[in-house]
Design a protein around this ligand. Structure first.
Ligand code: HEM
Length: 224
């Protein structure tokens, strides 16, 4: 047994499905933010130009990533509620416990350790829940925009609910604006999420970024 193994405990926390969907979600979000930014500001072609091919390809990439996000959002919601492991669901206990919130906030200032009922801390759980709701919102508004461009097939099928949602939101321009505004939530989330994932691993001396690749967490044996 190596020294490392003697000091750390290994625990399987993320299933293969959770890991695959995490990275699919991450990839689709990055592609959607970049291609979305280009769709709203197509700087590669002159305004007078009749060349719409660049915009067409970027829009195609946006839609492919968009439909991946729609699928992942649905499957991920299913796995959260009905997945075999309850390690994510258990975290909800901490969200409704004031003690858990105080312990987590204190641990950020190096006062004490954080112990979780599940795999996430309460602040982490709330921010993941928020970004999942934002993803669902982007999928709905994205599909409304899609139905307005493609009137056949799926677009045609979605036409009725899309017109209803458009009316509730106050018109297509408003749908587009909200689809645009909420994009910033992903930019901000991605930056903080990556920073926190790396920082948590260093602060609490356990696997953090690595765990969502290998599925395994390592904790120091002294119980933190
Ligand atoms: C993280 C998720 C997403 C982000 C960050 C995002 C971002 C954007 C942005 C910034 C725009 C440009 C808005 C503007 O013109 O000001 C856009 C347009 C659009 N998005 Fe998304 N989007 C996301 C998800 C989706 C999804 C899931 C779909 C559909 C499956 C979708 C379909 C569309 C369509 C059809 C347009 C309009 C394209 C056009 O006018 O040529 N988006 N998106």
């Amino acid at each position: 047994m190596s020294n490392q193994q003697a000091l750390y405990v290994r625990k399987h926390i993320f299933s293969g499905a959770i890991r695959v969907f995490h990275w699919l979600r991450a990839l689709s979000m990055v592609v959607l933010v970049i291609t979305g930014a280009y769709i709203c500001w197509p700087f590669l072609t002159m305004p007078q130009s009749s060349d719409v091919l660049v915009q067409g390809w970027v829009r195609l990439a946006h839609l492919i990533a968009g439909f991946i996000l729609v699928a992942v959002t649905l499957v991920r919601a299913y796995l959260f509620f009905f997945g075999k492991s309850d390690i994510e669901r258990r975290s909800f206990k901490d969200v409704i416990s004031v003690k858990a919130w105080v312990a987590q906030l204190k641990s950020y200032f190096w006062i004490g350790q954080h112990k979780h009922a599940g795999v996430y801390g309460p602040l982490q759980f709330v921010s993941y829940f928020g970004i999942s709701v934002a993803a669902a919102f982007m999928c709905i508004t994205g599909l409304v925009l899609y139905a307005n461009v493609y009137h056949q097939g799926l677009g045609g099928l979605l036409w009725e609910p899309a017109t209803w949602i458009t009316a509730q939101m106050g018109g297509l321009a408003v749908v587009r604006l909200w689809h645009h505004y909420v994009t910033w939530a992903f930019v901000i989330f991605l930056l903080i999420h990556i920073y926190m994932a790396v920082w948590m691993g260093i602060r609490f001396k356990h696997n953090s970024v690595d765990a969502i690749v290998s599925g395994y967490d390592y904790h120091p044996k002294d119980g933190h």
